[in-house]
Design a binder for this molecule. Structure first.
Ligand SMILES: Cc1ncc(COP(=O)(O)O)c(C=O)c1O
Length: 447
């Protein structure tokens, strides 16, 4: 365990900091000064110098405990020795070729051996790509064009997957409408995307049945992190799967984050039997990766065994040996025992954070399962996107707490969620809860 920077509190880089100077340059060449919106925080991002295990040292020399882990992708923290060694072994021999390497087979075999619905694997380079490929595969397999997704769920940047990601009370309608996420989204994309309300079983089944003739796939994530990290109910999951089979649509399970919930995948944990599954993040060990996987029948669309594939897929860096080697090392280190350790760490974090709310005597709750948690500054029951939708005051509170935690040396996501890593100790998780209690106290005075 590394000591976080001593005397933390108000360690936000000021206008004379290295982060401020770098950001001034960044603004000249990057729109808004960043390469991805996720890294921006008001008034400028803290720039990283290096990652060491569970910590990030910033360019001003401040060390913080990293609970965000590059948005859930670093399950072993930063520069894990086994991953560094695996990458070092391959990288001196070339980083990519227009020849396949044996490593892609090894990682595919590991995924097939662990996850019951996986017969075949097709790699790509990100979760966005994996979801796009899975939806295209479902279309190719069924000869249909429409896809269904859950209102408010995040699945990356593919057009159809983005629909109704951030619809609002002003535009979401009574029955969920297809609302564009980006300006200029083609109307056809909206027409071809059916939006289902999370955990509203009857309504969702009715909508699926109404779309019986043209529905290719239903895209689900059992713990959608953009919807407050609440779980899909067992009833909803079973009913939606049954409705999909009834109308001849495929089930696509997005485990880009959820694979961290179980050695055999989140699908084993929640009783899902998907045709196709997407993985990314942790299966790359910190390097870019994505994968669409599934049953022999569903994955046959990618194969050229019997003539041109129904869905030809390609990609310059797909299956590159560096990501494959890193991913294999990361996944091999994730044994069933380590999954249990992560489960206990998550429970400790959620309990500690809940206790902080209790002691502060203010409304709040902590959701999440396994190694994931999300802090909410209200106590209304959450079952779907609409009940989890933040008020202006709740958004403001999340901003204050996110910033307060950074000041105290703890990195959470801007929506105050976290994804634990295997290199985090119980003492560090105790520190997290203590820092949250102090942050809450100060935030309360400010509000
Ligand atoms: C559930 C889910 N699906 C897909 C994606 C997209 O993955 P990527 O950022 O690798 O494109 C994300 C990213 O956070 C995700 O959380």
């Amino acid at each position: 365990m590394l000591p976080r920077t001593e005397g933390m509190i108000d360690m936000w880089p000021d206008d004379n900091s290295n982060s401020a100077a770098i950001f001034a340059r960044a603004r000249q060449v990057l729109p808004g000064g960043v390469s991805r919106l996720l890294t921006w925080v008001d008034p400028f991002p803290i720039y990283a110098k290096r990652g060491i295990g569970a910590y990030i040292e910033d360019v001003d020399g401040v060390l913080r405990l990293d609970l965000l882990n590059n948005f859930a992708s670093l399950i072993h923290g930063h520069a894990h020795p086994a991953i560094v060694e695996a990458v070092a072994e391959v990288i001196g021999n070339g980083s990519c070729f227009a020849f396949p390497t044996e490593r892609e087979i090894q990682l595919a075999e590991l995924l097939r051996d662990r996850v019951a619905s996986v017969d075949k694997v097709r790699f790509c380079n990100s979760g966005t790509e994996a979801v796009m490929l899975a939806l295209k595969a479902a279309r190719a397999r069924t000869g249909r064009h429409r896809i269904a997704k859950i209102e408010g769920a995040y699945h990356g940047m593919y057009d159809h997957a983005e629909v109704s990601l951030d619809s609002t009370p002003e535009n979401w309608g009574n029955v969920p409408k297809s609302i564009p996420h980006t300006r200029g989204t083609p109307p056809a994309v909206l027409d071809d995307t059916l939006v289902l309300p999370l955990n509203q079983t009857e309504e969702a089944v009715r909508l699926v049945r109404d779309s019986a003739d043209n529905l290719a796939a239903i895209l689900i994530d059992p713990v959608p992190s953009a919807i407050g990290m609440i779980e899909m109910s067992a009833e909803f999951l079973q009913a939606v799967q049954k409705a999909a089979r009834e109308v001849g649509a495929l089930i696509v399970t997005d485990e880009v984050i959820a694979l961290r919930l179980g050695y055999h995948g989140a699908q084993a944990r929640y009783g899902i039997e998907p045709d196709l599954t997407t993985f990314a993040k942790i299966i790359g060990g910190g390097y870019p990766i994505g994968a669409v996987c599934g049953t022999e029948a569903a994955m046959a669309v990618f194969s050229h065994d019997h003539g041109p594939p129904l869905n030809p897929s390609s990609g310059t860096f797909t299956g590159n040996p560096v990501s494959m080697a890193a991913g294999l090392a990361a996944m091999e280190a994730l044994t069933p025992e380590i999954y249990q350790q992560l489960e206990r760490a998550g429970e400790q974090a959620r309990t500690g954070l809940r206790n902080a709310f209790d002691r502060a005597g203010r409304p709040g709750q902590v959701t999440g399962v396994g190694s994931m948690f999300q802090i909410h500054f209200h106590d209304r029951p959450m079952t779907d996107y609409r009940s989890a939708y933040l008020t202006t005051a709740e958004k403001a509170m999340a901003k204050v707490v996110h910033r307060g935690m950074l000041d105290r040396g703890f990195i959470l996501s801007p929506r105050c969620s976290g994804f634990l890593s295997t290199v985090m100790t119980s003492a560090e998780i105790t520190d997290l809860a203590a820092a949250f209690a102090m942050t809450l106290e100060v935030a309360q005075e400010a509000h």
